[in-house]
Design a protein around this ligand. Structure first.
Ligand SMILES: [Zn+2]
Length: 113
């Protein structure tokens, strides 16, 4: 079965836009925590720092996904997209749809673990 590259390309683009927008709107929460003792108590300052740490971790994950999307786009251009990088068999469409940037088929993913 042939992989519908156009379909995945659109899906990848959508996901990329979504991620860029999310990173943009999260900028407020990844800013350094202000240590303004007058307006923020000790506990809430710790809360704020914890929230910031979580926001940064989330941002890191999103940026990693953006990198994976970028390489998936390249693989679409070279028509390698949708093929397992280990056994070179087509990846099941359902798996690919769910995990747009996945590089291996189910069998090879299981072997890698
Ligand atoms: Zn495989």
């Amino acid at each position: 079965m042939e992989t519908d590259l156009k379909f995945y390309k659109e899906r990848l683009k959508e996901r990329r836009e979504e991620l860029v927008a999310e990173i943009e709107s999260a900028k407020e929460s990844t800013k350094p925590v202000e240590l303004d003792q007058a307006s923020v108590g000790r506990l809430s300052r710790m809360d704020a720092m914890q929230a910031q740490e979580m926001a940064l971790a989330l941002e890191r994950r999103k940026k990693e996904e953006l990198v994976r999307i970028g390489s998936a786009m390249k693989r679409i251009e070279t028509e390698e997209y949708g093929y397992c990088i280990d056994c070179e068999e087509p990846i099941a469409p359902k798996r690919l749809e769910f995990l747009l940037t996945v590089l291996t088929c189910v069998e090879c993913a299981a072997k890698r673990e």
